[in-house]
Ligand binder design. Structure first.
Ligand SMILES: [Zn+2]
Length: 492
């Protein structure tokens, strides 16, 4: 059994197998840690998670490397505005990113590589590019990749680059223009900016060189698969190929996987449209992490997913069905034996499930036979026709479903608890859904009661108790203001 996965480079479904016959070596572009991850980011990380879990289910070990971009234009800009170092600026976002991965049950890659810890490797690569005639230094000391030195430029994105201006340059990390330019490999230090003193001058790496240097550091000059969101195909991945292959003359990755963007309520997600959601936003609204995971992975990665709250509710209900059924099987008692019809149903569901995943990770088609099986098994249990051997066969099917989907075991309390705790610290308790507040004892009524108790304690001159209550409320993000008309409280 092998996975056939769409390869952007060849434009067709290709079999994905480890070139060394052992482990599948893959690199996936990670986050730029200047803010909290939004659900579009997490869709990409989730689809890569579906890929790695499917490979493991097929018995293929995975060596997965992901970078963390912890230095770029935005990080430098935001850290300078906050008057702190880039390390202090990015630290909470790095921590939040790992918490969010955990909430969504996204497996950690075998290797996490932070850009700021690999500067010497990037410098070496720029030096090699200079020797190969593919890099040059500009008047200000910055280094650029010479596009004219790589005639294959554009082979991944298949863009028509005929209007390309020879020698025109671009040095910003973010740009969306469909135009090719010599791009920055190394940016000379500007006053007040974070920089490193190196053999190619004082400065900092461009974004693209980070991924080339770190991918080759951990996976070798040529590896099996490179993945990322579709927005990274051009210019980021095109530039990674140019930088790496100009030095190695080997394909950087044989296989390229790109995850399609999502829409929210049928529109592009944007802060100005008011349809922009981080994972934390959704958790605070009371949606479960497992439902967010299932909603984001149930549409195959190459299809545009239209994310809606109805979709989240559908996912919530589907998980409920799975969990109740699983409980029914594990806690029920069944007579010994096997029912041939159910044995056949389990075998068929397993085969269809695997076939759908092997066909370009078709998660939508993979789900269907599992729910058909649940329906058939529930009917059989109601009629007393499900036997112990059937239970075992069906539990095996559910286990392989959960090896990829990972939603059956209820681990939803922890992500929600963590999100509410974060909201308390971040002063965002006003965004927390009432039912979550109720679970944490933080409804308006509960707070009114504590404030009233404090007022009584003060009247009775029991100041120790009054202070204790004030502190307890402060821990929950509630501040009290005493006035002539009594105590008033507000959420931070
Ligand atoms: Zn990258």
């Amino acid at each position: 059994m092998t996975l056939r996965l769409f390869n952007t480079l060849t434009g067709q479904l290709d079999e994905l197998v480890p070139a060394d016959g052992k482990a599948l070596r893959m690199y996936a572009c990670g986050p730029t840690v200047y803010d909290f991850g939004h659900i579009g980011n997490f869709r990409t990380f989730l689809e890569v998670d579906v890929l790695r879990r499917t490979l493991k289910l097929l018995g293929i070990p995975v060596r997965h490397v992901m970078n963390i971009t912890d230095v770029d234009d935005r990080i430098i800009r935001n850290a300078a505005a906050a008057g702190i170092s880039i390390g202090d600026y990015t630290a909470p976002y790095v921590q939040a990113f790992f918490e969010d991965l955990e909430s969504l049950r996204i497996e950690r890659p075998e290797q996490i590589a932070r850009a700021t810890e690999h500067i010497p490797r990037m410098v070496e690569l720029v030096e090699k590019l200079a020797v190969a005639g593919a890099a040059y230094q500009a008047e200000d000391g910055s280094w650029y990749f010479r596009l004219a030195a790589f005639p294959e430029y554009g082979k991944l994105s298949k863009k028509d680059l005929s209007g390309m201006e020879d020698g025109a340059r671009v040095d910003v990390d973010e740009y969306e223009k469909d135009s090719a330019r010599d791009f920055a490999l190394w940016k000379a230090a500007k006053p007040g900016e974070t920089s490193w003193e190196t053999a190619i001058g004082r400065g900092r790496p461009g974004w693209h060189i980070e991924c080339s240097a770190m991918a080759m550091e951990y996976l070798g000059e040529s590896f099996d698969l490179h993945a990322g969101g579709e927005d990274l195909m051009f210019p980021h991945h095109e530039n990674e190929i140019a930088q790496s292959e100009s030095v190695t003359h080997k394909p950087l990755a044989r296989h390229w996987m790109h995850v399609r963007f999502l829409l929210v309520d049928g529109r592009k997600m944007s802060k100005s449209e008011g349809n922009f959601y981080t994972l934390r936003d959704l958790l605070l609204k009371g949606y479960k992490a497992s439902a967010i995971r299932l909603a984001l992975i149930s549409v195959p990665y190459r299809h545009q997913l239209n994310f809606t709250f109805d979709g989240l509710i559908e996912a919530t209900n589907a998980i409920e069905r799975l969990r109740i059924f699983h409980q029914r099987l594990t806690q029920g008692s069944f007579a010994a034996g096997e029912n041939p019809a159910l044995q056949e149903a389990a075998r068929k569901a397993q085969a269809e499930y695997m076939a759908a995943l092997e066909n370009d990770l078709n998660t939508a088609e993979a789900r269907a036979p599992i729910f058909d099986l649940i329906r058939a098994a529930n009917t059989a249990i109601d009629r007393g026709e499900l036997l112990a051997g059937d239970r075992d066969a069906i539990l095996t099917v559910l286990a392989s479903f959960d090896a990829v989907f990972d939603v059956i075991e209820d681990r939803d309390a922890e992500p929600t608890r963590r999100a509410v705790e974060w909201a308390e610290q971040a002063g965002r308790m006003a965004e927390v859904a009432p039912e979550l507040l109720a679970r944490q004892g933080l409804t308006d009524e509960a707070i009114d009661a504590l404030v009233a108790e404090r007022t009584t304690a003060k009247k009775q001159r029991n100041f120790a108790r009054a202070d204790q209550l004030r502190n307890e409320l402060a821990e929950k993000g509630i501040t009290i203001e005493d006035s002539k008309d009594g105590a008033r409280w507000k959420r931070k």
